[in-house]
Design a protein around this ligand. Structure first.
Ligand SMILES: C[S@@+](CC[C@H](N)C(=O)[O-])C[C@H]1O[C@@H](n2cnc3c(N)ncnc32)[C@H](O)[C@@H]1O
Length: 454
């Protein structure tokens, strides 16, 4: 028999916060996860969902408030998971992220003694995203834009997204109005009908260039020329309107086919003084300002010398490698996605950089090839996806004996797992710096410096 039932209303003390930012209360040892609740608070809750091991609840009222609580901008931003920490002061968010990293360093890496530096945050932790992917659906007979309720595909209409550039919010509304005017049919995912699936907007933080991508189910847009002309009229700053066609019944947003309906195929933006062309499909860091902070930490940790050979592993479109190229002898970058390497080579050309070599391939296969060829790296920088590094990559990189390995990670748990393996192979973790790339959300990025032990 479980200690709580669905629809129970009860008063609980919040004792902790999950890594997803939900408050945790316990009834007879049974955990209840509560949205919009902070440790130290006493809240009255309504139990929404009950499972064998835990339950979910929502707050009815807050009886005792935490000092870290700030006024909610908009509750839908928590419900949709756009800004699950917006009820927490920014200072408390940064502290929470530092503690989360300390926690995995203790539990996963078994390095309780390591000092985790305070999280580097933003001066203004709102409106920082340079890209939005907004689903379009029909609600009460009308074309709507917004975001899905957490763990669902129910669209909640939203106009002000709080964490994305306000230029993007306005662009989404302007495009929505044009689509309504021309009676463009919103996509229906249940039977794979309708036309417009997503509106994607990218805004160059430094250049102000603006790209609108209309993701449609089929190629033909009825009165397409007029739709495009009206979007241009409504958004005089738009530099590029792209159509992407995705006919599949899938959660994947972008389809294979892309064509330019207006302006350029790409927008340009900058990172630490280098220029990058960004196409509708390319990966580009979504928080430009903090990406610069993150890269700068990696550069400072690497303490580069003019004679250094550097490997930029998991290089994406080459942004880290191109940023450091001027400071070193040569950079080798590898990345598994061929389109990203195509972009990286284009970026190399635009920035007139000669001392960089990019190669397509899985890092765990390319690195041993380079080792066999006799490439000797003084510094290896790694920036893998959430799942972290392959063990064979860790072994090869340690066997290459670079002076330093700089590990940039978007997942502290896999980071902690991997640095533990490095410790067994002669690389000591000497610095660890969390950087807040995604304010108002529980995500945290870390940069670690691994130094060769003599
Ligand atoms: C977190 S991103 C880093 C990108 C880049 N450093 C940046 O800052 O924009 C991780 C990159 O690793 C790539 N990737 C994933 N698995 C890989 C593998 N096995 N080998 C090489 N690259 C891989 C992804 O395609 C992605 O571009």
């Amino acid at each position: 028999m479980l200690p709580v039932s669905k629809n129970d209303r009860l008063v609980v003390d919040v004792i902790d916060l999950t890594h997803e930012g939900r408050g945790v209360a316990k009834v007879d040892g049974y955990p209840i996860f509560i949205e919009n609740a902070l440790p130290g608070e006493q809240v009255k809750i309504h139990v929404m969902k009950v499972g064998k091991k835990f339950a979910f609840a929502k707050v009815l009222n807050i009886l005792t408030e935490s000092d870290s609580r700030v006024a909610l901008e908009d509750e839908t931003l928590i419900r949709t998971g756009i800004a699950p920490l917006q009820h927490m002061s920014y200072e408390a968010q940064l502290d929470f992220k530092q503690k989360q990293v300390e926690n995995v360093m203790r539990k996963v890496a078994k390095m309780p003694e390591i000092e985790v530096l305070p999280t580097m945050g933003m001066e203004d932790p709102t409106h920082y995203r340079n890209k939005a992917q907004i689903p379009v659906r029909k609600i009460d007979g009308e074309l709507q834009t917004g975001f899905y309720r957490r763990n669902s595909h129910d669209l909640v209409p939203i106009e002000s997204f709080y964490i994305q550039d306000e230029v993007i919010d306005q662009a989404v509304i302007a495009v929505r109005e044009v689509l309504r005017k021309f009676n463009v049919k919103p996509y229906n995912e249940e039977d794979n009908t309708g036309l417009i699936r997503h509106i994607i907007v990218r805004h160059g933080h430094y250049t102000g260039e603006l790209m609108v991508v209309l993701v449609t189910r089929v190629g033909k847009i009825f009165q397409g020329d007029k739709v495009v002309a009206e979007i241009v009229e409504a958004l005089p700053n738009v530099t590029s309107i792209i159509q992407n066609i995705n006919g599949d019944q899938t959660n994947v947003i972008l389809g294979e086919w892309t064509r330019t309906l207006y302006g350029k195929d790409v927008i340009v933006d900058e990172l630490l003084g280098k220029r990058y062309e960004i196409s509708a499909k390319s990966f580009f860091q979504v928080n430009t300002k903090q990406a610069e902070v993150l890269y700068q930490v990696a550069i400072d940790f690497a303490d580069l010398k003019e004679t250094d050979t550097v490997i930029d592993a998991y290089c994406g479109t080459g942004t880290i490698g191109l940023t450091i190229a001027d400071k070193v002898e040569h950079v080798y970058g590898m990345e598994i996605v061929p389109e990203a390497i195509k972009d990286a080579k284009r970026n190399q050309e635009i920035n007139d950089v000669e001392n960089v070599t990019f190669q397509v391939g899985a890092a765990e296969y390319v690195l041993p090839e380079w080792q066999e060829k006799g490439i000797e790296a003084d510094v290896i920088i790694v920036d893998p996806p959430r799942k972290g590094l392959k063990e064979s990559f860790i072994e090869t990189s340690a066997a290459m004996q670079p002076e330093k390995i700089v590990y940039v990670s978007c997942n502290p748990s896999t980071f902690a797992r991997d640095v533990k393996i490095y410790a067994g192979l002669g690389y000591e973790l000497t610095k660890i710096q969390p950087v807040d790339m995604f304010p108002q959300t529980p995500h945290v990025e870390v940069v670690g410096l691994l130094t060769k032990m003599n």
